[in-house]
Each structure stands twice: as structure tokens, then as C-alpha cells.
Design a protein. Structure first.
Length: 173
């Protein structure tokens, strides 16, 4: 498996990955919110190119993860992670974990303070994510409190607290 930065030529394959990974029963082939979100983040200029990664297996795109510009309070710098998608037939084979490790390492290498996401604490804890509330970070939507998580990086300041705000595209879905 090869993890690499996504290229413009990968756009169609990335859509296929997210549409397959997040397909609703009874609606195979329909464009998913996650695929639309990636497109809108790109169109808005909020997708961080160095943090849009694909996993290639046997010469085809098998998974994708991306991060977008975000802020905590009025402080820009942390990034919002998501979506993370893997082709259904390759889920539970290490593709998603490899993408997570790679994107966290890349964000750390860029001296970003944190990666923030909405997701299952049981799944993401293995990558060093903690509930945001433990760090004094709250979600912009209170219902997200139980799933908003932060992965502090080497450049994380102890006084980085406040309300987390994703890129505007997230609010459109």
C-alpha cells in the first residue's frame, strides 16, 4: 500500500471512495454528503492540500482522508479532519489506520497545533484523540460534545481553548 498526497487526477476516484464508503442502503451509486463535502472544501479553498492523502492499493485509490482549515475561538491553525473513507471491500484491512497515522504525522510536521474531528471516541482514541472537553474545547453545535475529539500535536499550546469551528462547508450539510 502506498500513502501519498492526493492529486487533481484523483478527484473522480476520491468521489468513488466516499460514495462507496458512505452509501446508504437502497441508494447505491448516489452521491453522498461526504463526497460533496470534499468537493465543497476544495472549491472553497479550505482543503489543506498537504493533508489530502490517498491510499493506493494495487494501483487504484482505496481510501482518502483530508483536513481543512478550522479555528478554535478566534485562533486559526488547528485543522478539521474528515471525511475519512475506505472502499468497503478494503475496510478493516489497515487502510484507514494507515491514512490516519499519515495525516496526523503530516499535520505535526507542518507545525499545526491540533487535528480535530467528529467521530467515535472508541475508534479514534487509538490515534491519540481525546474528547475536546478535556482540553477546554467546545463544539459550535452542543449536540456534538460527545463526539468532538482533539489530537494535540507537538505545537499544541496549553492555553488553546474555546469553541471549535470547522470550515464553512461543514455548516452547509
Amino acid at each position: 500500500m502506498l500513502i501519498r498526497r492526493a492529486a487533481e487526477a484523483d478527484a473522480a476516484a476520491i468521489r468513488v471512495v466516499h460514495d462507496a464508503a458512505f452509501a446508504k442502503p437502497g441508494a447505491p451509486g448516489a452521491e453522498t454528503v461526504e463526497a460533496k463535502l470534499v468537493g465543497e472544501l476544495q472549491a472553497d479553498g479550505d482543503l489543506v492540500p498537504a493533508l489530502s492523502l490517498v491510499a493506493e492499493r494495487d494501483g487504484r485509490v482505496a481510501g482518502h482522508v483530508c483536513c481543512s482549515h478550522a479555528r478554535i475561538g478566534s485562533t486559526p491553525g488547528p485543522v478539521g479532519l474528515g471525511p475519512l473513507g475506505v472502499l468497503p471491500e478494503l475496510q478493516s484491512t489497515g487502510v484507514g489506520s494507515a491514512l490516519m497515522h499519515a495525516v496526523i504525522a503530516a499535520a505535526d510536521a507542518l507545525d499545526l497545533p491540533a487535528v480535530v474531528l467528529l467521530g467515535s471516541p472508541g475508534y479514534y482514541a487509538r490515534f491519540g484523540f481525546v474528547l475536546a472537553a478535556e482540553l477546554g474545547i467546545t463544539p459550535s453545535t452542543p449536540d456534538w460534545a460527545a463526539r468532538l475529539q482533539v489530537r494535540p500535536l507537538a505545537n499544541f499550546p496549553a492555553d488553546l481553548t474555546g469553541t471549535f469551528h470547522h470550515a464553512p462547508a461543514f455548516d452547509r450539510f
